[in-house]
Design a protein around this ligand. Sequence first.
Ligand code: GDP
Ligand code: MG
Length: 308
Amino acid sequence: MPKAGTVALVGRPNAGKSTLLNRLLAEKVAIVSDKPQTTRQRIVGILSGERGQIVFYDTPGLHRPLHRLNRQMVQAAVDALNAADVVCLLHDSSEPLGKGEAYARELVARARCPKVAVLNKIDKVKKSALLPRIAEYAKGEVFAEIVPVSALTGDGCDRLLEVLWDLLPEGAPLYDPELLTIHPERFLAAERIREKVLQETERELPFSTAVVVERWEETPTLTRIHASILVERPGQKKIVVGHQGSKVKAIGTAARLDLEEFLGRRVYLDLHVRVEPRWRESPHLLAELQRGAHAGSPGAEPDDRDSA
Ligand code: GDP
Ligand code: MG
């Protein structure tokens, strides 16, 4: 019998959840950066093969939320872990075990499904440092398996997939096996532009930016995309625009190249930076951003609970 089910990837910000999703799918679905809170909502990635289908939920990092946006983000992660057939708790093995990690572990322990501890970034640590970590995660028998991996190099990822297939229930595929994700192209494009904003700017700014695709036109020769980068304050706009527009130009070039690869055609990208005070507290804008992730997607999510 083929297997089918959902696997939630959860953990602290920056543990490498999105990198792992892309690695397991061998395709880039989720955006990645070294800034925390890069992933803002549940991202669905679908792996179909001979053994069946795994529907992965990539999630925002588990942290203590301050803004409305962050509360929505943590809720998305908690919803995903409660809805999944298997939960993977990702841990950055190169970081010390702190309070935040204990908090994440507590949240995961409450889920009723089988749990896997994924000790990520083993390319950055010595084997001798890894063994005590494994012992730590073995305590209390919360986890069915503990799997060390490197999402970056792929080390251990085949073993992780074996473990997941074994834990999943039997069943028919949840989605068309041709699908890699359920999100509309427009949303995935906005995410890729946001990734470039995160990669090109400094630490403080990223939390305050969002990307909205305003217009999307297909011509016979290219795709024209008009998008806005939202910031909260005029000072932030100055940073994103840069000296004589150099920063937004760099963001635009990096994003255009990435989008051309993603869409497989030439792209004309028009980027504007717009000040939208307190957008992170605006229920209207947040709802709009969330809708963008799903509107027009092929096939509704089986157990999507829209918190917006
Ligand atoms: P998320 O917030 O958990 O989704 O983390 P991301 O996937 O966005 O990754 C956060 C940062 O960690 C990025 O800079 C990644 O390149 C890096 N990263 C992720 N996995 C690994 C890994 O296995 N090894 C190393 N060295 N870096 C990693
Ligand atoms: Mg992420």
